[in-house]
Design a binder for this molecule. Structure first.
Ligand code: PFF
Length: 450
């Protein structure tokens, strides 16, 4: 790799920045609400530590040994004569597909930051819900504007490269985000009873509420939240400093990602319960409920709302950069593009398709921009969750578990983890991960319906 490597802490921040995203703060609380709380959270936590962590280590290993874009890294490491595994590296483009809707959602967050600064917050849920629906279905130009701003930020950071762009952004945004969420959590503790109810809701597992659909959702989300299956962590790992301990780094990434999701969950529910709202409100949770809740707290509420949306935008932007970098590196290494050209090409591609994605929710154009019953937005979200992520994760697990010669792998990882943990990791990557991912793949594509 031509550019300088991350520093050790820079890598952990960047990989954690990739993992901690809209998935943690926007999605995790609302799906936890929809799927009934504690038992769902338990499946999610088990998946992260028993399965997700293994794939995280696998992606880091491939990237740090291959030392290139995802395709070239697989190619370098593939011991078979015709090197077919390089095609698994095409997962670099999954991230661009995710970016077509991810960037639109970051745009919504910017819009909310702007509203918080310029207007009074809505004071009741129906009004807040109507505002949110108005934005997504009747304000294409405003969405377009903020989607463009989000794209511009991502493109500029990526153009500045690994050290001056990605590392610096994460070194600023990640500690700020952590500080804001911990601060909001401390603030929500004063709600006393509502805070305790939030803890109970998140951590008391009521298994009667655990449907099989909830299990599939929890496993899928655990993978998404760790940034598995898009080549993001693999690409970042190519710029790892020498002698970095990947097990240690993977642990920190999984830990920070989980901690932020749990903090976001507890604080959102503590606010929600304090103001007598229901937990199962769906995707509008942070966009509709949170502003109303903050509005009840007067000036301090406006400040808290601002901090909340700012932290949410940091979470989104640091993940967005990691979703786009794999295709940038691929275009530079395999097609000889300059960094500027690769960044511009990637940015324009997802921006352009993203315009169609946002129009697929807008009244008038929505009828045209559908695939089957789903809007383009819903369709792209579905195929990344249901097909691309599990498929790429499966290929990564099979490659590292069955194709890669095991001696070098064992020597490296045993030194880091010790013999016992290595044994557990290898068992997980060879058997548990493929079964779980295959289950998701068959289930979510509708072959097995549980
Ligand atoms: N982990 C991010 C989130 O939770 O929002 C999303 C994501 C980022 C997925 C980067 C995959 C990825 F490569």
């Amino acid at each position: 790799m031509a550019h300088p490597s991350f520093s050790r802490i820079g890598f952990i921040m960047a990989a954690a920045g990739s993992a901690v995203g809209l998935g943690n703060v926007w999605k995790f609380p609302y799906i936890t609400g929809q799927y009934g709380g504690g038992a769902f959270v338990l499946v999610y936590l088990l998946t992260i530590f028993l399965i997700g962590f293994s794939v995280l280590v696998a992606e880091m290993y491939i990237g740090s040994r291959g030392k290139s874009d995802t395709v070239t890294s697989f190619e370098h490491l593939d011991p078979t004569p015709r090197k077919p595994w390089k095609y698994a590296g095409l997962m670099a483009f999954n991230g661009l597909l995710v970016m077509t809707f991810y960037s639109v959602v970051i745009g919504w967050i910017f819009h909310y930051i702007f509203l918080t600064l310029t207007q009074p917050l809505p004071t009741d849920i129906p009004t807040a819900q109507a505002n949110f629906t108005h934005l997504t279905t009747l304000e294409p130009f405003s969405q377009l504007f903020w989607h463009a701003i989000a794209t511009l930020i991502v493109v500029v950071v990526l153009y500045r490269g690994v050290k001056a762009g990605i590392e610096r952004m994460n070194m600023i945004m990640m500690p700020s985000l952590i500080a804001i969420f911990v601060g909001l959590l401390l603030y929500s503790m004063q709600f006393g009873e509502a805070f305790v109810r939030a803890l109970e809701f998140m951590f008391y597992p009521d298994f009667s509420k655990l449907s099989s659909e909830a299990i599939v959702k929890a496993i899928g989300h655990a993978f998404f939240t760790l940034s598995i299956g898009m080549g993001a962590i693999m690409t970042y790992s190519a710029a790892l400093p020498h002698k970095n301990n990947i097990t240690h780094a993977a642990f920190w990434v999984a830990f920070l990602d989980t901690a932020i999701a749990l903090i976001a969950g507890v604080l959102v529910f503590a606010f929600l319960f304090h103001f007598d709202q229901e937990p199962a409100v769906g995707p509008g949770l942070v966009f509709a409920s949170m502003p109303v809740i903050f509005s009840q707290l007067g000036y301090i509420g406006t400040l808290l709302a601002l901090l909340f949306f700012l932290a949410l935008s940091f979470a989104g932007l640091t993940s967005a950069v990691s979703l786009t970098e794999p295709s940038v590196e691929y275009l530079i290494n395999r097609f000889g593009f300059s960094r500027l050209k690769a960044v511009a090409w990637s940015g324009l591609t997802y921006f352009g398709v993203g315009v169609l994605v946002l129009l697929s929710l807008v009244e008038g154009t929505d009828a045209w921009l559908k695939i089957g019953e789903r809007s383009l937005f819903g369709f792209f979200e579905h195929i990344t969750d249901a097909i691309l992520l599990p498929f790429s994760g499966l290929l990564t697990a099979l490659f590292i578990g069955y194709i890669l010669p095991k001696n070098a792998l064992r020597e490296h990882l045993e030194k880091e983890m010790g013999t016992k943990l290595y044994g557990v990791w290898r068992f997980s990557i060879r058997y548990i991960v493929p079964v779980a991912l295959l289950f998701m793949l068959l289930n979510l594509t509708g072959i097995i319906v549980v």
